[in-house]
Design a protein around this ligand. Structure first.
Ligand SMILES: *[C@@H]1O[C@H](CO)[C@@H](O)[C@H](O)[C@H]1NC(C)=O
Ligand SMILES: *[C@@H]1O[C@H](CO)[C@@H](O)[C@H](O)[C@H]1NC(C)=O
Ligand SMILES: *[C@@H]1O[C@H](CO)[C@@H](O)[C@H](O)[C@H]1NC(C)=O
Length: 440
């Protein structure tokens, strides 16, 4: 309120001064424009006299120098034209800013933007905007206000978002990691930012140094366990050794005796490709940066790091501290769901891997968008290793082969096979493939 009121008072003198300044500036620019324009409209008349060869040497030289002057003048003109158009867009901005300052005098203005685009938005409108950008700092944005990014579905889950955004500014955040992640998985992603501090674990120890950290289960004191069923790492490791249960990535925390130690080291010639045989499909050293989609506790990234490849791991904390675990190994966790647009620029990654995550539980349309997004972030010649994609038999040729063809990948390696690993044959199939983004 105070800030808005204070800004109104000087607006009138400022406006007048700006108008005078603009008048002076634009008059000058316009006269420069016409002056230089007039001096440049030099063209040879069509009835220019022809000269005898005897005079030609001198005349040619003169013509030559006239020509050079003409082209210098032309380039001056074009630079002046562009300056004029710059200043006209500056004028436009100044005028719209003046208009805004004028409008802001209306009694409705307050520190919370009066904006019906956010009617019904629960708390902390500051988190979602709009925010006026300081004048003069907006050339790359193309607008004079900023809305912080926010998942569209946040509007659908207003009650939960209201709960999430109810906290004391500047204090400790509520212990609501489960709620936050549930909102993300429902499509409220990204979540609005908050101005509070998450509760840190008590007695957080220094991380282990690389490369030891890659294969070390971190100390229990690195985690706030409130959100999880298990209250320590030995519980998480043991849940992987127990039979039954359908916890996500159940045995992924066992870096001591579990399957995690053996993954991707051997190529079985069927569905289980080895990291080294996949890397050999490209010239040595040309696979350098990549992404593992739904990479659990980061073991794929660990194995790649041992081979000099930097891999970022997207992972969700599904009843376990997956993100913290990846980080404690000295690898990069990325907390985004499989529905989220990949936060990489087009054509930047050498390899994308995904195991057991992109599969037939993902609605076809969402999956197709996700696969196009993988294609987008890969560089030409980059590899998409689709690892143990599961579905029912008829879907392989009925749905997924045509989908992958539509996206435009080239098949370098392809294997399908019955999924029998739980001992029950429910006509479930696995598909493993190395696909290449074509060079053109
Ligand atoms: C005209 O200028 C060009 C280079 O701009 C030069 O190569 C040429 O010899 C000149 N001709 C005369 C007649 O000076
Ligand atoms: C680990 O947590 C479980 C419960 O999650 C508990 O039963 C067990 O005693 C704990 N073990 C250690 C070593 O703290
Ligand atoms: C898909 O089609 C191919 C070629 O037509 C066939 O060899 C393969 O067995 C089919 N796969 C499945 C899972 O039906």
């Amino acid at each position: 309120m105070r800030a808005a009121a204070a800004a109104e008072e000087p607006s009138t003198p400022i406006r007048h001064r700006l108008q005078i300044l603009l008048l002076v500036a634009s008059t000058n620019l316009i006269s420069v424009y016409f002056f230089s324009g007039a001096s440049m409209r030099v063209s040879m008349p069509s009835h220019a006299p022809r000269f005898h060869l005897s005079q030609s040497d001198v005349l040619l030289r003169e013509l030559n120098s006239t020509h050079a002057e003409l082209s210098a003048a032309e380039s001056l003109l074009s630079s002046l034209t562009s300056q004029c158009s710059d200043s006209s867009s500056l004028l436009h901005k100044l005028l719209s800013e003046l208009g805004r300052v004028h409008r802001d005098k209306s009694p409705a203005s307050s520190s919370v933007p009066a904006d019906d685009r956010f009617d019904g938005w629960p708390e902390e409108k500051l988190a979602v905007g709009p925010h006026k950008l300081p004048f003069g700092f907006t050339p790359n944005i193309g607008a004079d206000e900023l809305f912080p990014p926010l998942g569209f579905a946040c509007r659908i889950y207003q009650e939960e978002v209201q709960q999430y955004m109810t906290y004391e500014v500047g204090a400790e955040c509520p212990g609501d990691a489960v709620l936050a992640q549930k909102l993300m998985l429902q499509g409220c992603e990204p979540l609005p930012r908050r101005r509070c501090r998450p509760k840190p674990p008590a007695g957080f120890p220094d991380p282990a140094p690389l490369p030891d950290s890659l294969w070390r289960i971190p100390a229990d004191a690195t985690v706030v366990w409130d959100a999880y069923t298990c209250k320590n790492y030995s519980c998480l490791v043991n849940r992987g050794r127990s039979k039954g249960g359908s916890v996500d990535c159940k045995d992924c925390f066992d870096l001591v005796n579990g399957r995690e130690l053996r993954r991707w080291l051997v190529d079985d010639g069927r569905l289980g490709f080895g990291i080294d045989s996949v890397l050999k499909m490209k010239r040595a050293g040309t696979i350098r940066v990549g992404l593992d989609v739904g990479g659990g506790t980061g073991t794929f990234a660990a194995r790649m790091r041992e081979r000099g490849v930097t891999v970022v791991t997207t992972t969700m904390d599904l009843d376990g501290p997956f993100n913290g675990f990846v980080a404690s190994r000295g690898l990069v966790p990325l907390h985004v769901s499989v529905a989220h647009r990949l936060p990489f620029h087009d054509g930047t990654l050498d390899v994308v891997h995904s195991m057991n995550v992109l599969s037939n539980w993902v609605p076809d349309a969402v999956l197709e968008f996700a696969l196009f997004d993988v294609y987008r972030v890969l560089r030409p010649g980059g590899l998409f290793w689709l690892d143990h994609f599961f579905c029912v038999g008829a879907q392989v040729n009925g749905t997924y082969v045509p989908m992958l063809d539509r996206i435009g990948f080239r098949k370098l390696r392809w294997a399908t096979g019955r999924k029998l690993d739980r001992g029950i044959d429910k006509n479930e199939w696995y598909l493993s493939a190395v696909l290449e983004k074509p060079m053109t």
